[in-house]
Design a protein around this ligand. Structure first.
Ligand code: FAD
Length: 289
């Protein structure tokens, strides 16, 4: 099913993001995790990220196809501009379409490990909006895009950031998913600015349940998302106690999601990091609202 059709129906759309497995064994584990999630949560759709190169890219394509075919859950493939020319992107689009995948999250992508900057592939694209325009011309996919409540780290100004976000929509993106954030006012002020800039598509908040302090510190540093000082202090005091960290992470995410949904956010996209317990606990709490 096309994701924009899900958003046309009443009620929030819940989605869950996974990264591709490294081995056949972890591919089977991932299928088991997603099956468990289906049993407990009944996701509207799941998505699988796209690596910067190598075999994991093929695994993304295999995973979305398997999840949709074997588990009967709508799946969205992430696709980036990194290292691909138009012919390769056309080939990948063709493979996904053949497998019955109807949704793609179009991204520029982050540079491969060890490289500082994104480099446009010869014959490829420099920006997610260009990839969106290309896929819209060539295929019938429903296209999603990324957006950044705290602005993308490479954007020179907040206004620039919004201009390029709007261009994704002009070029065919029908829904946006935000980078992770921990303070809802960041999301609401972004949505307000986006609406003023003429962006009308659903803007789905991306939530990453905190389960490990070192990991969340690395992620927030990398993507420029702020950890509120009070939350950072609480986490710091129990960084060596995984059960307490997870409890704080779940409590914070539940509060965030409740407020977002009560104020009319169109759904929640969970960055699961391939682990289901925290996400399932959050969803269980939300369903008891
Ligand atoms: P773009 O929209 O191209 O923006 C990148 C930068 O260029 C921004 O600073 C923007 O303001 C600027 N820009 C955009 N268009 C123009 C233009 N026309 N002229 C000048 N400047 C411009 N990464 C992966 O590698 N794989 C994944 O699977 C993946 N999944 C993600 C899922 C979500 C929900 C999110 C939020 C991010 C994901 N990322 C993923 C990370 C993403 O690839 C990085 O944040 C990347 O640095 C930017 O990608 P983008 O699609 O937002 O790029």
């Amino acid at each position: 099913m096309k994701i924009s059709r899900m958003h046309d129906q009443p009620g929030p759309v819940f989605s869950f993001e996974f990264f591709p497995p490294k081995t056949q064994k972890s591919a089977d584990q991932l299928m088991a995790t997603v099956a468990e999630l289906k049993e407990m949560i009944d996701p509207d759709f799941v998505s699988v990220t796209y690596g910067a190169g190598g075999t994991t890219r093929e695994r993304t394509l295999q995973c979305v196809a398997r999840i949709q075919r074997e588990l009967k859950i709508t799946s969205m493939a992430h696709l980036t501009c990194v290292g691909h020319d138009r012919a390769e992107l056309r080939r990948i689009g063709g493979l996904l379409a053949e497998d019955g995948i109807e949704n793609i999250l179009v991204l520029r992508g982050d540079p491969p490990k060890g490289e500082e900057q994104f480099v446009q592939a010869q014959g490829g694209f420099a920006h997610a909006s260009d990839l969106a325009g290309f896929l819209r011309e060539e295929f019938q996919f429903d296209l999603g895009g990324a957006c950044y409540p705290e602005a993308h780290p490479e954007s020179k100004t907040v206004a620039d950031d919004m201009e390029w976000t709007a261009k994704k929509v002009t070029n065919g993106v029908t829904f946006l998913t935000t980078q992770l954030f921990f303070e809802n006012r960041t999301y609401w002020s972004f949505v307000e600015r986006a609406r003023k800039a003429g962006i009308k598509v659903p803007i789905v908040p991306g939530i990453m349940p905190i389960t490990n302090v070192g990991q969340i510190e690395r992620f927030t540093k990398m993507c420029g998302a702020g950890l509120p000082p009070e939350l950072a202090d609480r986490l710091d005091r129990c960084r060596e106690d995984p059960a307490t960290v997870m409890a704080i992470g779940i409590e914070h995410a539940v509060l965030q999601c409740r407020e977002l949904l009560e104020r009319g956010a169109p759904g929640i996209h969970f960055y699961t990091l391939n682990k289901s317990p925290a996400t399932c606990a959050i969803m269980a709490a939300l369903r008891q609202i």
